[in-house]
Write a protein that binds this ligand. Structure first.
Ligand SMILES: Cc1cc2nc3c(=O)[nH]c(=O)nc-3n(C[C@H](O)[C@H](O)[C@H](O)COP(=O)(O)OP(=O)(O)OC[C@H]3O[C@@H](n4cnc5c(N)ncnc54)[C@H](O)[C@@H]3O)c2cc1C
Length: 505
């Protein structure tokens, strides 16, 4: 299996090594069944989910399609490395049948029996540890679900009805706009202050940990609206979000699904591609878009679908320049710069263990996922932005070890042995510059439509500004599907008819 340059692993014997094996690596990096000088029907920039789905739909529906990707692999902010036969999901991981767009892809490509569950019962340490400052309490998973659910519900119940009526259809974009705009004025910190006196120190810590895990920044930067969207998508129930969004993943890994989508697109005979090709400039003139890479290669197409993430878009040159509202929108980047770290503990005892805690020592959550092939306990851990007081740099292995150990039950901290650490530093990755999208207060209300709107013959698809599961894999698939359809039908941009100003169609 080939290595991707992304990600790193640390073991006590070999230390830290960069680059990890994955079936997502694409070799050779380029391929062109069409003459490269021709004007393509479409150029798709980015081979994450939004780009892969768009390229597949276009190529299989007869459009000559060129896929340009900066990295050496498929998947963008989702990919799995395979180490000793175990799949470590470096980015987006959990998917579910209540995420309709990605589930359709999973089922279409025959992976509907490929699900495995995170958080499995039955190991020796089968309980939850709440770390509140220097205090700790172990409790059953039933009590964990009750408390974590109760505090999240209190937080999200801004209208006294759990948003069941005002945000009944979280995929629709036209509901209770006044209430949503009102909520969007608030940060998570603001909302927390409204309910703080109703929470015990332990409850407060459990709630803060959940919010920091969701938004990956400091609480004053994380917009409340994003949390309310997740709550509504999680069926307005205390455990709904956990059950849908942190529970089931693909045994064979995200990269397996990417491969299947990519090979399908290739089989059409209409797909050309070039990996390791960062794009630098997009110029739309006389109904032809010219795309220039950093190394000066030039391609032309009738339309371009740009899936470059929100936090990377400021590095791209557009001609004509983007309009003022779109420019302002991309300056207000996603605030989520969380760390995700895999930690293998020696032996199978921690398969069922989970933990939340603030302030922590850089990580605020850890939960048992599966056993590795050597029967070690594989934990997935999250911590907020390294540049906030609660975060740590992933360059510092000792800090990672100490942050995980801090969340472990105090009486076990001395005896636990860390066998392996695996991670991808998304914040230090120029083609992501952060993790899943979470907007700051007011940004969704002000900028979502501007981000979705085409700019002449350049269309924009991304999880970062999708409807529905915004910031998730499902959102990327929805957005890629929608925008490809727009190009295929050559109609107006379908998501928000009222805001269409672009030339497409
Ligand atoms: C750590 C982490 C955990 C997550 N967990 C989950 C989860 O459990 N479940 C879930 O549903 N979602 C999760 N997400 C979110 C989800 O992975 C993303 O929202 C989704 O994958 C984004 O897809 P996309 O296609 O919109 O963007 P991307 O996947 O980022 O794709 C954009 C592509 O554009 C490429 N690109 C960037 N700049 C250029 C350039 N200049 N030229 C050419 N190409 C360029 C990038 O390399 C990338 O391949 C997680 C994300 C992260 C990072």
């Amino acid at each position: 299996m080939a290595n991707s340059a992304g990600g790193f692993t640390w073991t006590p014997s070999a230390g830290r090594r960069k680059g990890l094996p994955t079936i997502g690596a694409v070799q050779p990096p380029s391929y062109s069944p069409q003459p490269s000088s021709k004007v393509h029907d479409v150029i798709v920039i980015g081979a994450g989910y939004a780009g892969l789905i768009a390229a597949r739909d276009l190529a299989t529906q007869g459009k000559t399609t060129l896929l340009l990707e900066a990295r050496d692999r498929l998947g963008g902010r989702t990919w799995n490395a395979t180490i000793n036969g175990f799949n470590y999901e470096m980015g987006g991981t959990w998917v579910h049948w209540h995420m309709p767009h990605i589930y359709r892809e999973i089922s279409y490509y025959g992976l509907h029996n490929d699900f495995i569950v995170t958080q499995n019962p039955g190991s020796k340490e089968d309980y939850f540890t709440a770390t509140t400052g220097s205090k700790q309490r172990n409790m059953s998973h039933e009590e964990e679900a009750t408390i974590a659910g109760r505090v999240l519900r209190k937080f999200c119940n801004v209208d006294g009805e759990d948003l069941r009526h005002s945000w009944k259809y979280p995929f629709a974009t036209d509901q209770s706009q006044k209430l949503m705009a009102q909520c969007d004025k608030l940060s998570c910190k603001d909302r927390l202050e409204e309910i703080r006196d109703q929470l015990s120190p332990e409850e407060l810590s459990i709630l803060e940990s959940q919010l920091l895990q969701m938004g990956g920044s400091s609480l004053e930067k994380i917009g409340l609206l994003g949390v309310l969207l997740w709550w509504s998508l999680g069926s307005h129930t205390p455990t709904g979000l956990n059950d849908i969004a942190l529970h089931t993943r693909l045994r064979s890994g995200q990269s397996e699904l990417h491969r299947r989508i990519f090979e399908h697109a290739k089989s059409s005979g209409n797909l050309s591609y070039s990996f390791q090709t960062p794009v630098h400039r997009l110029e739309d003139a006389d109904d032809i878009v010219t795309v220039t890479s950093r190394d000066g290669q030039v391609w032309k197409a009738k339309s371009v679908i740009c899936t470059i993430p929100l936090n990377v878009l400021p590095s791209i040159d557009f001609g004509p320049p983007l309009p003022a509202d779109k420019l302002e929108a991309i300056q207000h980047k996603s605030v989520n710069r969380c760390n995700k770290v895999h930690v293998d503990l020696n032996g199978p005892d921690y398969l069922s263990w989970t933990s939340l805690g603030t302030p922590g020592k850089g990580l605020v959550s850890a939960f048992g996922d599966h056993l590795t092939n050597a029967s070690n306990s594989h934990l997935v851990c999250f911590g907020p932005d390294p540049d906030t007081p609660l975060g740590i740099s992933l360059d510092d292995t000792e800090s990672i070890k100490s942050a995980v150990t801090h969340l472990l039950p105090k009486d076990k901290q001395e005896e636990v042995i860390i066998n392996r650490i695996v991670s991808h530093d998304w914040n230090d990755d120029e083609f992501a510059n952060g993790t899943w999208c979470f907007m700051e207060p007011e940004a969704t209300t002000k900028y979502l439509l501007a981000l979705q709107r085409p700019h002449g013959n350049i269309l924009f698809a991304s999880a970062d500004w999708s409807d529905g599961w915004r910031g998730w894999i499902d959102g990327a698939v929805q957005s890629g599907t929608t925008v490809a359809k727009t190009v295929i039908l050559q109609k107006g941009y379908p998501t928000h008819a009222a805001s269409v100003e672009g030339k497409v169609g």
